[in-house]
Ligand binder design. Sequence first.
Ligand SMILES: Cc1cc2nc3c(=O)[nH]c(=O)nc-3n(C[C@H](O)[C@H](O)[C@H](O)COP(=O)(O)O)c2cc1C
Length: 378
Amino acid sequence: MAEKDFEKQVQEGKKIPLLTPYKMGKFELSHRVVLAPLTRLRSFGNVPQPHAILYYSQRTTKGGLLIAEATVISDTARGYPDTPGIWTKEQVEAWKPIVDAVHAKGGIFFCQIWHVGRVSNTSFQPNGQAPISSTDKEIYPQIRSNGIDVAQFSPPRRLTTEEIPLVVNDFRVAARNAIEAGFDGVEIHGAHGYLIEQFMKHKVNDRTDQYGGSLQNRCRFALEVVEAVANEVGPDRVGIRLSPFTAFMEADDSNPEALGLYMAESLNKYRILYCHMVEPRWKPDAENVECPHGLVPMRKAFNGTFIAAGGYELEDGNDAVAENRTDLVAYGRLFLANPDLPKRFEIRAPLNKYIRETFYTRDPVIGYTDYPFLETKI
Ligand SMILES: Cc1cc2nc3c(=O)[nH]c(=O)nc-3n(C[C@H](O)[C@H](O)[C@H](O)COP(=O)(O)O)c2cc1C
């Protein structure tokens, strides 16, 4: 929508900024409230399950953008139980009815493609081998989000320079498979301390080859993945998620602004559809920290669609769109607990509270598809 029409609609009080249409490449979005990627650990044996049909279709609106949960690209990419995959025929077939259900309601559906790297242990790896990474430094055990269990990580094996193109190729094939499953595009998971960040972030990457050292070298792997995926499925079907400011899984960087800016500028060369960034204020399992407008330089540097995420509610999401700090806002926990989130925003209805204890349980209903819709509540 032209900027003028947007302002007119908002001024006339017809639409809140988040609910104005937006043209993202060839996709006509009817509003700007995006479903953020949300791992739910309910894809038994790495195969998407029929219960995901209801879960995703509940969160679909006509012209709404949904990003599927992080989906592993190969048998070495796993680090959590029961995350969906997209490297076997069975997985591709299992995604199809889920994607079809989203399309039947007019949604636009992207698949987040993911390699965990060293955020894994030998029990998730083929033949009990070591997880792969940019480094051989291991992560200290971490308390899981339930606050009780402790995740153990095995010492990773540093990829040789010659092996890196093979992993790039796994991303490429996964993207092809996602399109084969019917997804409208893919989001490369370049955030939260997983493999791509293990290359990008200075405090993890201790390589001395062309994939380590300078900022350019550390971003080489990420950009090779972007290039391969964009060449495979077309840049107009490719987004990337980045979190330069987070230190999740010990992936920290001494100059996150420079990293974020370098990536935003470099992505322009590949003309990909969107860049999705996580706000610096967002901390996993904690309250937001005060950190105003941290993504604006990256938003300005990137030529495509910009998606911001992390700790957004209705008002600050509206402000971010109205002030042109982002094009779209992705909502995680609020969308998880409110399948009709755009509707609730429209009429300023009260929101269901999310229940953290059921984020990652295996139940195909409880904490998954049983959050009430507005109509059933009143
Ligand atoms: C249950 C849960 C699962 C998540 N899984 C993913 C994921 O698969 N991929 C990802 O990039 N981020 C993941 N995140 C982060 C969210 O996409 C989002 O960025 C984060 O929750 C902050 O947004 P919010 O404040 O709107 O929840 C997850 C967050 C939660 C709470």
